[in-house]
Write a protein that binds this ligand. Structure first.
Ligand SMILES: Cc1ncc(COP(=O)(O)O)c(C=O)c1O
Length: 385
């Protein structure tokens, strides 16, 4: 007898664990209850007008309707190298050390495909951006080694946990915690990458430009032996443009490009040009006024929500980076999440970032000021459990 359709076993990844919450939110919404959504890290602010213009202008370029390349447009790669020199003081060869991506998410998945054989160990931080564990490990049939990010260590891992793995994902400034990496940690991580040539360190700096006190440093300032990821998404409120880039070790960038060549042809040229326009607008390490303004808005909102949540008695992890507020409400966050939803506030349960996030909650300030203020008001009567 013929069998029915079954997807490949590698897709057997547990679904998003909070379907029930989404169902309740949809029910409340259709009953007309006002909902304040602080659960999605998708900027509400506009991208700088000049990058939109750059994308629009590129549509008239005859090159734009032909295939782009898997490695990325050469002129855009040169913009990346120039920006890297000005922003971090690191020299990169645009031909061998830069690859333009269809967003960092795509790049992480392709790097895993390029590096991991079935059964290889992949170190995944917990709490952490779920793509590391999913596309970065399970989809390529790796074996996951969870590495704990402990609040008592500022959500930095003990690197002794990673010996012998093939691929290590780390991300600072960090989603979901907002933690940043001090120089001593970056030095330690660079030493690890240098001392174990079989290890690939994938260092995700999607939030590199969202630090409110001092600029984040690149891991490439400490070693050339790693792959580092950057994204236009959070730099420029442009998640829909789907552009990012990977930089670093030529052998690993070449492997990433090989994987991409088999699968995709790079992001559309207009969005690559938008990325170049943003990078070219820096003066040395300094971003354009539009980015400084955006940063100030997120900083103000984050401060406001942090104080509102701390005043409930929750243990807020104080950080000066990212647009996330990360706080502990008890040993299990779900009662708090459910009650917040009943008050109209949608938050992200920490356990969505792995078991290490249990008891914690993430709120994103990527919503207009009035929404954040209304959410703070709606949460006023709540207490940690
Ligand atoms: C840590 C981290 N890396 C990467 C991404 C995705 O970046 P992109 O939009 O470039 O795919 C996100 C998005 O939330 C993120 O939080």
């Amino acid at each position: 007898m013929k069998q029915g359709f079954t997807p490949a076993g590698r897709l057997d990844i547990p679904g998003y664990p909070f379907a029930e919450l989404e169902r309740q939110a949809a029910q409340l919404r259709s009953a007309g209850k006002p909902l304040y959504n602080l659960s999605i890290g998708d900027p509400d602010l506009d991208p700088p007008g000049f990058i939109v213009d750059a994308a629009r202008r590129a549509l008239d370029d005859p090159q734009a309707h032909q295939y782009p390349s898997s490695r990325g447009d050469p002129a855009v790669r040169r913009s990346v190298a120039r920006w890297f020199q000005g922003r971090f003081g690191v020299e990169l060869d645009p031909d061998s050390q830069v690859c333009i991506l269809i967003g960092v998410k795509e790049g992480l998945a392709q790097l895993a495909r390029a590096v991991v054989n079935p059964g290889d160990e992949v170190a995944v931080p917990e709490p952490g951006y779920p793509v590391y564990s999913r596309a970065g490990c399970r989809l390529v049939e790796g074996r996951e080694r969870t590495i704990k990010l402990d609040p008592r260590r500022g959500f930095l891992p003990d690197l002794d946990q990673v010996s012998g793995v093939k691929l290590l994902f780390l991300n600072y400034p960090n989603n979901p915690t907002g933690a940043t990496a001090p120089d001593e940690f970056l030095k330690e991580l660079a030493n690890l990458a240098e001392s174990d040539p079989a290890l690939t360190v994938a260092y995700d700096m999607a939030y590199s430009e969202m630090c409110f006190d001092r600029p984040a440093r690149s891991l490439l300032e400490f070693t050339p032996r790693v792959v580092e990821f950057h994204s236009l998404s959070k730099m420029a409120n442009a998640t829909g443009y789907r552009v990012g880039f990977a930089v670093g070790d030529p052998a690993r960038i070449a492997a990433l490009v090989r994987a991409k060549e088999e699968v995709d042809s790079g992001p559309p040229l207009p969005f690559q040009r938008a990325l170049a326009a943003l990078l070219d607008s820096y003066e040395g390490p300094n971003p354009p006024p539009e980015m400084i303004e955006t940063r100030q808005v997120y900083q103000r909102r984050k401060r406001h929500l942090t104080e509102a949540i701390a005043s409930l008695g929750c243990d807020v992890f104080r950080s000066n980076a990212t647009f996330y507020v990360w706080f502990r409400v008890g040993s299990d966050e779900m009662p708090f999440i459910t009650e917040a939803l009943a008050q109209g506030v949608i938050l992200t349960p920490g356990s969505g970032f792995g078991a290490g996030g249990k008891g914690w909650v993430r709120a994103s300030v990527t919503a207009p000021d009035e929404v954040i203020e209304s959410a703070a008001q709606a949460l006023r009567s709540m207490k940690p459990y």
